[in-house]
Design a protein around this ligand. Sequence first.
Ligand code: FEO
Length: 395
Amino acid sequence: MKPLEISKGIYSVGVVDWNIRNFHGYSTDMGTTYNAYLIIDEKVALIDTVKSGFVDQLIDNISQIIDPQKIDFMISNHTEMDHSGGLPRILHKIGEDKPLYCSKMGLKNLPNHFSQKWNYQAVQSGDELSLGERTLTFLETRMLHWPDSMFTYLKEDKILFSSDAFGQHYAGPEKFDDEIGDAIMPHAKKYFANILLLYTANILKLVETVTTMGLEFNMICPDHGIIWRKDPGKIIEAYVKWSEQTPHKKAIVVYDSMWHSTEKMAEAIAEGISEQGVQVVPMSLQHWHRSDVMTEAMDAKAIVVGSSTLNNNMLPTVIDFLTYMKGLKPKNKIGASFGSYGWSGESAAHIEKELQAMKFEIISPPMKIQYVPDSNGLKECYELGKTIGMKVASE
Ligand code: FEO
């Protein structure tokens, strides 16, 4: 990615990671970007770096605009290594004594990643840093999504450098929302569902704080994906909507199957749900990645989970998905469990226990069918689907 002047004297100098397909368990089918921003004023500031393997490109991008040694201030909005990994090389290049601004939690977390004795300057919400004509204001955003996360706001230009928030794992030719249009929203939604869903209370509080402060945004510049400049309000509104976790009239049937019996059950349940006019997707975990299932789960009212019994337990893919979903703490869900078995048949009960641990309202006892479902068995599954569909439709 070549450096790009996004506003007068403000440059996007980050890099594209075209080939990453697994971001700690999240499938990044379109790659991602690690964005960093250079602001040139009487003083020069660099906001965030990139993953360590890409730091040469970052230095090259900066060098196309200015001698990196002219950078006066390094700002770390977030400690996670996709944004801090380049710090050792960058600080070595610009001078290890240059101030490194971070949140108070960043001051705790960065030294746990890097042994260098850098010139840390901890800031808190409301602190300002003058660059000359322009002023940076810091806003701590704890647990969005790490304790150290913060925003940096360029007051005069009304530009928010929002770290991971409002980002998307998307690498493409477009750099701005107006260049890609609504096609970016599924990527933003997937990012929210898989990274931010468990912090929705913090997000709603933050939006309230920002509204009370009267902050306006001409541009929101996240650390991943495209920049919001045409309509920054659109992604803020989407974040509020997603954070409220008001489910749609929608269900998903998530399952894995050894010999297609649980699959047949899943399809019959889905048919029963659909019969009630409820949108439903059967999602085989052999074909759907957990992070894509989670994206659909985020706004579904009903999450029905099935597994064959294997060694007195669920299939590994189902355990994987339930563990993943549990960590993201979805709210306001109803659920049910099902599964085929041979002789012991524990899987559906295990699933139900997991759904209960996630505070799902359980609609029906675990449905078990021995070996291969016959027409009566499939009718029972269909009826279960109808019950779930009616409940979803009535909400
Ligand atoms: Fe993009 Fe939390 O790092």
